[in-house]
Design a protein around this ligand. Structure first.
Ligand SMILES: Cc1cc2nc3c(=O)[nH]c(=O)nc-3n(C[C@H](O)[C@H](O)[C@H](O)COP(=O)(O)O)c2cc1C
Length: 343
């Protein structure tokens, strides 16, 4: 029976994709303040690590701020027994309590799509596409641990080396509540266009095998409008967007103002992001490489943008990053003032 937890008041629902080292609680807060998705995934978190001395460090990946949309705990690993223990901790609410969260996670998602070589070599994540017995055991163990207190979902790809219809059919037979599909094979990484046409077949299979399983499409979707068209064309339930947020943090909005925003507004948003990150992190300046990844989103469209990005890339502290961005904002404002005066 479908858990009520995955019922969305409106369909289609829009989801922010998990992106490791990117979609942490701070970035999700920034995106939610721009235009919130209906649902977010946490960064992917290793179940074995949560059960050893790495727990405290890994727990940060599961943190959620009250201002964020509902959050799915996105987990990965190899040992079904560990999945069962962690699923119990998540579904009982004890893990959320440990994190001081005001509400529990909305569900538990199992990663069966990550193509990173060091992970697939172990047989985890997309490696499970080649080991169906283990994939089934992990889903069963996660369901057993959750004991129907939370819905269970899987995020995967179309196949390993080739598109494998048996893989999606197999997953639909496992009694999961939601299936999110990145419409490429593992081998394709993100190097070819997403195979949207596969949605016709997958939707048919979903309707025949598991009509209660929500179907979410992912890959190369860069606007809400494009997502809505896919829903209309293929009858899917939800749309997941990942890298689209880099081009437009308002990507979940019906009417994104991003391309019209002046550089000042973009830099102010970056300052907000940096300030929130400083408040959140107790890692000192270790997160600095992560913050640099975001610079391209906000620092563009004005004279000196490239120079500022280069400067930020060599910055050693978050405080210094903030100073550079604030200085730049002041310079732009001064320039504008002179331009207006000379007009
Ligand atoms: C930097 C980065 C990190 C990612 N990390 C994860 C992850 O931890 N788990 C996962 O299932 N997918 C991960 N993905 C894949 C995305 O969730 C998504 O499936 C993929 O980017 C295709 O969607 P898009 O074209 O909307 O970005 C990652 C992608 C990127 C770019």
């Amino acid at each position: 029976m479908m858990s009520p937890n995955f019922s969305f008041p409106v369909k289609p629902f829009f989801v922010l994709a998990p992106m490791d080292d990117v979609t942490d609680t701070v970035f999700r807060q920034v995106i939610s303040a721009c235009a919130p998705p209906d649902l977010c995934f946490s960064e992917f978190t290793n179940v074995e690590g949560l059960l050893n001395s790495g727990r405290n460090r890994l727990l940060r990946k599961l943190e959620r701020h009250p201002s964020e949309p509902p959050l799915i705990a996105h987990i990965w690993g190899l040992n079904p027994f560990d999945f069962a223990i962690i699923a119990d901790q998540i579904a009982s609410g004890s893990l959320a309590d440990e994190l001081g969260m005001d509400t529990n996670f909305k569900g538990i998602d199992i990663n069966m799509g990550c193509p990173a070589k060091d992970i697939t070599r172990m047989g985890a994540c997309s490696g499970l596409i080649r080991n169906r017995d283990l994939a089934a055991a992990i889903i069963a163990a996660t369901k057993k641990g959750a004991r129907k207190r939370l819905p269970i979902s899987v995020k995967t790809r179309l196949g390993y080396s080739d598109i494998e219809p048996e893989w999606t059919q197999f997953l639909l037979k496992q009694g999961i509540d939601m299936l999110s599909i990145h419409l490429r094979t593992v081998k394709e990484l993100s190097l070819v266009e997403a195979h949207f046409e596969e949605l016709t077949r997958i939707k048919k299979e979903r309707d025949a095998i598991a009509p209660d399983t929500l179907l979410v499409a992912n890959g190369d979707i860069t606007s809400r409008e494009q997502g809505e068209k896919l829903v209309e064309q293929y009858g899917i339930d939800g749309v997941m967007i990942g890298r689209g947020v880099f081009q437009d943090p308002f990507v979940f909005s019906k009417d994104s103002p991003w391309t019209e925003l002046d550089p000042n507004a973009k830099l102010k948003l970056f300052i907000k992001h940096l300030q929130l990150y400083m408040q959140w992190t107790d890692q000192g300046d270790k997160g600095i490489s992560r913050l640099n990844k975001y610079a391209k989103i906000y620092v563009n469209g004005f004279d000196g943008a490239k120079e500022l990005r280069i400067k930020l890339a060599t910055t050693k502290t978050i405080r210094q990053m903030l100073d550079y961005v604030e200085d730049c904002l002041t310079q732009i404002k001064k320039r504008e003032f002179v331009e207006v005066k000379n007009f």
